[in-house]
Design a protein around this ligand. Structure first.
Ligand code: HEM
Length: 496
């Protein structure tokens, strides 16, 4: 008796059919990835219509809605690709701190990234060995603070003195602080990269700052062009006029450095790069295209972020004059009237530091990390993040996570102070990201925020224009920026 005859004689055809369906289902479940939940999408365009329904500048609300509806890992269909949104401290921490899960990579195959990095990947969009080598060189150079004659602290204080001079010309009038802050912060980067600062009225410098401001208005990685690259052929897309000015400024600076280069007299960041290009074992990473892109990355990541954080801080100071007064009193007590605040004072100014950190927490200048990407199927939280997908870590959700923050919507510097008034470390606070892709400018940015803020409030009072209501709403573009506002600056005579 054959086996088939034996089975068929006991099992009817219906049971056999069900058995095969179960086998097929098991095969499907075990060989197909378990994808995170997410909104249903259309063929080809996926969830783009859902994403585009959000008003300009309110993209963070879309991320909030998705995480509330679908949980800490959500799958959004970005055209034909998957975009995974990771929210809440626990999951973001797991995704970023697990070395070896491959999530340190960037999705540099996206159209706008591929196009803008074809001659050199710099740091932000480089992957693998190229990224590691260039990142290490940049990190060490920035951290050492030892480039050229001036320390980074001296460069920042020099720039504060320039801003002070400019502000003294406009006291008592409504002004936009951002105008001065972006010029100051860009000059700190220029001083580190190129060894010199520029006069705010230098036409070349004005061109650079305007070009940078334009840059921050350009498409970012969640642009529909990255989901459906053929959209670029449709008429009506904005031309990127600023790139020419920006690129020629950077090229000119590099050319000047190459012409005058002396390996025994290293004055700035570009000199360090040129020297590394001569001495590195593997020179292939340190190409001419790469220095160009690296400098653009440092401008892009290090100017707007810091200037906007300072702008948010001043906005909060006019909104909460009692907190401004407490900060001023602390500086006054520790540093004294008319004296310049230095980094050595930082540990003795916990309230000032807590105020800066609380503004960073509540304002979320980077509501998400720069996009990460998968280079292979990766598991996280019991789900599979499929290969060649975009992964967005929602930092705003970490800073408002109710598991870690009581009343997260309330501005309260005490969130960062212990019962003795000492600065308290909070683990669910990561404005600079964490893990392998953590911001390389963190130390520089912290020094800038502290030195500019504490010296500004030790020299000036800041108040609303005619007692106007303060609007804390912001616009989520490349970063999260406050709406344009004006402030009245008055000098504190005994501190000048
Ligand atoms: C308040 C100011 C700043 C904030 C809030 C900030 C925040 C961040 C965040 C959230 C990331 C992304 C981390 C990730 O993708 O996982 C990042 C990356 C980066 N930041 Fe900053 N940043 C600031 C200032 C600076 C400054 C001053 C510089 C340098 C001059 C800088 C250079 C960079 C670079 C090069 C990266 C990319 C690192 C990589 O991909 O390996 N940032 N930053």
């Amino acid at each position: 008796m054959s086996v088939t005859y034996f089975i068929v004689s006991f099992v009817d055809i219906q049971t056999l059919f069900i058995f095969f369906i179960v086998i097929l289902l098991c095969y499907y479940i075990f060989t197909h990835p378990k994808l995170p939940p997410g909104p249903p999408g259309w063929p080809i365009i996926g969830n783009l219509p859902l994403m585009n329904r959000i008003k300009p500048g309110k993209r963070y609300l879309f991320y909030k809605e998705m995480s509330e509806k679908y949980g800490s890992i959500c799958r959004i269909r970005f055209g034909i690709r998957n975009m995974f949104l990771i929210s809440g401290y626990d999951m973001v921490h797991e995704a970023l701190s697990n070395v070896g899960n491959g999530l340190e990579n960037r999705p540099n195959w996206l159209y706008t990234i591929e196009k803008s990095t074809k001659n050199g990947k710099g740091i932000i969009f480089a992957n693998g060995k190229e990224w590691k080598d260039v990142r290490r060189m940049a990190l060490v150079t920035l951290r050492d603070f030892g480039v050229g004659k001036l320390t980074i602290e001296e460069r920042i204080i020099e720039e504060f003195q320039a801003v002070k001079g400019e502000l003294l010309k406009v006291t008592g009038k409504p002004i936009r602080m951002k105008y001065f802050l972006i010029r100051a912060v860009t000059n700190v980067i220029c001083s580190i990269l190129f060894g010199n600062r520029f006069d705010y009225n230098d036409p070349k410098y004005k061109g650079l700052v305007n070009a940078l401001e334009d840059y921050f208005k350009t498409e970012n990685t969640s642009s529909p062009i990255n989901a459906l690259p053929w959209l670029r052929f449709l008429p009506g897309r904005k031309q990127v006029r600023f790139l020419y000015i920006f690129f020629s400024f950077v090229s000119e600076q590099i050319k000047e450095h190459e012409d005058k280069f002396d390996k025994d007299d290293i004055k700035d960041f570009v000199d360090v790069y040129l020297k590394t290009r001569e001495t590195a074992d593997d020179k292939s990473m340190f190409t001419a295209g790469n220095i160009f892109r690296l400098i653009i990355d440092l401008f892009a990541a290090g100017t707007d972020t810091t200037a906007n954080t300072l702008d948010w801080i001043i906005l909060h100071m006019i909104g909460y004059p009692d907190i401004l007064q407490k900060c001023q009193e602390e500086v006054d007590k520790v540093v004294g009237k008319g004296n310049v605040v230095h980094l050595v004072h930082r540990p003795h100014l916990p309230y000032v530091q807590a105020t800066i950190q609380e503004v960073q927490r509540i304002c979320n200048i980077s509501p998400t990390t720069i996009p990460h990407g998968t280079v292979r199927d990766t598991s996280l939280g019991g789900y599979t993040l499929t290969k060649d997908s975009i992964v967005i870590m929602n930092l705003m959700s970490v800073h408002t996570d109710p598991k870690y923050w009581e009343d997260p919507e309330i501005f309260r510097p005490e969130n960062f102070l212990d019962e003795n008034g000492k600065l308290k470390r909070r683990k669910a606070f990561m404005p600079f990201g964490i893990g392998a892709r953590e911001c390389i400018g963190e130390s520089l940015a912290k020094s800038e925020l502290f030195l500019f803020f504490s010296n500004l409030i030790n020299t000036f009072n800041f108040s609303r224009v005619n007692g106007k209501k303060v609007d804390f709403d912001g616009f989520h573009g490349k970063s999260f920026v406050p709406k344009q506002y004006e402030v009245v600056v008055t000098p504190i005579p005994e501190n000048l």
